[in-house]
Design a binder for this molecule. Structure first.
Ligand code: AHR
Length: 319
C-alpha cells in the first residue's frame, strides 16, 4: 500500500471511529497517550503541552503516566486498544521492546504516532509518523558548544540519559562523532547514566568527583539540564566553581538551565523543544481529514549560550 493510500485508510478508520462517537466531548476524537514519566522539567512541560492542547481542541485524552516503567507503557497501550481509542500516541522509554504491542495496535486498525522518542522495529508501518527532535544533531551541537566554551581542550565527564533510550543513545553518538571528527582536544574520561534525573545526576557526579580521575575533570556534558543542575550542586558542595573550574553543557533549555546560565554556572544548553502538543494534534487532525502525513517530522531547534541569556529571556521562557 502506498503512503497516501495508507494515510487515507487510516483517515477512514479515524473518521469511522469518530463518527460513532458519543464518547468524545467534541470533535469526536478519543486519543490515548502513554507518557514515559515525570523525570525532568522537560517531561513536565511536554505533558502540560499535550494535555493543554487536547483540552483547547476539545479532544478526549486518555492520559497514562508510566512512571518510568516500560511495562506500564505496554499495559497502557493494550488498554487503549481494548478501549478502541481512535489514535494512540506515546513517548517510548527505550528504543527496543515494542514490536508485539504495536502489532496488536495494527491488527486493531488503530494508528500509532510516536512523539519525542524513536522505537527500534523492523516494520516501520507499525507507526504512522514520528515527531520529535534530531538527538544526534543535539549531541553534535553540544560538542561544538563545549569546544567554544573551553577553547577546544577539556577532560570531560559525561552524564548519560536513561539507558537504551533514543536521546541517550543518539546524544552520545552525535557528541562522540563530533569529537572524533572535529575536536581532538576534547576527551571523555568518565561516563555513566544519571537517568535524566536531577537527584541521580547529583549522586553520579559526586561519585565522579571522588574517583581517581575526579580532580582532573574540567568539563561536564550532561544529556539533559536536570542532570547538569544536580551536578552543579555536587560541584559546589565539593568546593569547586561550576562554570569556571568545570565548564558545563547540557541539553533541553528549561527555565532552571536559563537561570544557571544567567548565574554563570552553565555554558550552554542545546535546545530540545518539549512543546509538541500543537504539532501532535495538528497531525491527528490531518489524519482525520484524510491528508497524508510525513513519516518523520523533526522539531526545529537551536542552541542557547550563556552570553545570550538576560533577565528578559529568562522571564520569557515558557518551560
Ligand atoms: O526524550 C527527551 C528527553 O527526555 C529530554 O531531554 C529529557 O529531559 C527527558 O527526560
Amino acid at each position: 500500500m502506498s503512503r497516501v493510500h495508507r494515510s487515507a485508510a487510516l483517515a477512514a478508520i479515524v473518521l469511522i471511529a469518530g463518527g460513532c462517537g458519543s464518547r468524545a466531548r467534541s470533535g469526536g476524537l478519543v486519543v490515548g497517550f502513554s507518557q514515559v514519566g515525570a523525570e525532568s522539567g522537560w517531561r513536565t512541560a511536554n505533558t502540560r503541552s499535550i494535555k493543554g492542547e487536547a483540552d483547547r481542541r476539545g479532544v478526549t485524552l486518555k492520559f497514562s503516566d508510566a512512571q518510568g516503567d516500560q511495562e506500564n507503557q505496554i499495559r497502557a497501550i493494550r488498554s487503549f486498544i481494548q478501549q478502541k481509542v481512535d489514535v494512540i500516541a506515546f513517548s517510548p522509554k527505550t528504543e527496543d521492546g515494542w514490536q508485539a504491542v504495536l502489532e496488536e495496535a495494527k491488527q486493531a486498525h488503530i494508528p500509532v504516532i510516536l512523539t519525542d522518542r524513536a522505537v527500534n522495529v523492523q516494520d516501520t508501518s507499525l507507526y504512522v509518523t514520528f515527531i520529535g527532535s534530531d538527538f544526534v544533531e543535539e549531541g553534535r551541537r553540544a560538542a561544538a558548544c563545549l569546544a567554544r566554551a573551553t577553547g577546544g581542550k577539556a577532560r570531560i565527564a559525561e552524564l548519560q540519559g536513561t539507558p537504551g533510550s533514543a536521546p541517550a543513545l543518539d546524544r552520545k553518538k552525535g557528541f562522540e562523532a563530533a569529537l572524533a571528527a572535529e575536536f581532538p582536544g576534547l576527551t571523555i574520561i568518565k561516563s555513566q547514566s544519571g537517568n535524566f534525573e536531577r537527584a541521580r545526576g547529583k549522586e553520579v557526579f559526586e561519585a565522579f568527583l571522588r574517583s581517581p580521575e575526579g580532580a582532573s575533570i574540567t568539563a561536564l556534558y550532561a544529556h539533559n539540564d536536570d542532570m547538569a543542575l544536580g551536578a552543579i550542586q555536587a560541584i559546589e558542595a565539593a568546593g569547586k566553581k561550576p562554570g569556571t573550574d568545570i565548564v558545563i553543557v547540557s541539553v533541553d533549555g528549561v527555565h532552571d538551565a536559563f537561570q544557571a546560565m544567567l548565574d554563570g554556572k552553565l555554558a550552554c544548553s542545546v535546545e530540545c523543544n518539549p512543546l509538541l502538543g500543537p504539532q501532535l494534534f495538528d497531525l491527528i487532525e490531518r489524519l482525520k481529514r484524510g491528508e497524508p502525513v510525513p513519516k518523520r517530522i523533526i522539531t526545529k531547534e537551536g542552541v542557547y549560550e550563556r552570553s545570550q541569556v538576560t533577565r528578559e529571556t529568562l522571564a520569557a521562557r515558557q518551560y
